[in-house]
Design a protein around this ligand. Structure first.
Ligand code: SF4
Length: 193
């Protein structure tokens, strides 16, 4: 039987054409290969951080239940139960594992002093303390209780807030509370969840 390149690739993906061509079903072998890859992993549901489509993903982590083992992300795939992407990921989303397992990934806050050319690593406590202090200073300096006509506005226009597509509904809810508490008017978030 003549097997074209197209039908062979299609068969490798579906198992159907190869079954017909070679007389045996490769689907169990393909399923087992996938099963071995994610065997004993923990599944964590998350969202692709790259664009506003916000595709749902399943992150497979190995070793996070064992002592003396550093957990490692071994596989990321689209979530088939998601009504957004139905298990599919684009060419960017499919590389998410490299986004997580990457020795160039920033995991600690960096600080560059005004006028300096150098970034230095600082502790989280120092970074959070500094951010809180600067936000408070800006609010104290810019909060307007009333406008020029004496109308109550309770607004802060010297500070803006942005969010990202990995922000969940819960985070966005808290961000909303936070910004209304500050009086921030300018708020944008690429997540359309
Ligand atoms: S998988 Fe692709 S389309 Fe989906 S959120 Fe990520 S970058 Fe956007």
């Amino acid at each position: 039987m003549q097997v074209s390149r197209r039908s062979f690739i299609k068969g490798a993906l579906t198992g159907g054409a190869v079954t017909t061509a070679f007389g045996f079903d490769v689907r169990p072998a393909l399923a087992q290969a996938r099963e071995l890859k994610i065997a004993r992993t923990t599944e964590t549901h998350s969202i692709c951080p790259y664009c506003a489509v916000a595709c749902s993903v399943i992150i497979h982590t190995l070793g996070d239940k064992a002592h003396n083992v550093t957990p490692s992300v071994v596989h990321v795939e689209g979530d088939p139960d998601s009504p957004i992407n139905r298990g599919a990921l684009c060419s960017k989303g499919i590389t998410l594992r490299q986004f997580v397992v990457n020795d160039r990934r920033l995991t600690r806050p960096l600080y560059r002093a005004p006028g300096s050319h150098e970034w230095k690593t600082i502790p989280w406590d120092e970074a959070l303390e500094r951010m809180a202090r600067l936000i408070k200073n800006s609010r104290d300096a810019g909060f307007e209780e009333k406008d020029a006509e004496g109308r109550v506005v309770n607004r802060l226009t010297n500070t803006a807030m942005i969010g990202g597509c990995t922000d969940t509904n819960e985070i966005n809810y808290l961000l909303g509370k936070f910004r209304f508490g500050l009086g921030v008017v300018a708020y944008e978030n690429q997540a359309r969840l």
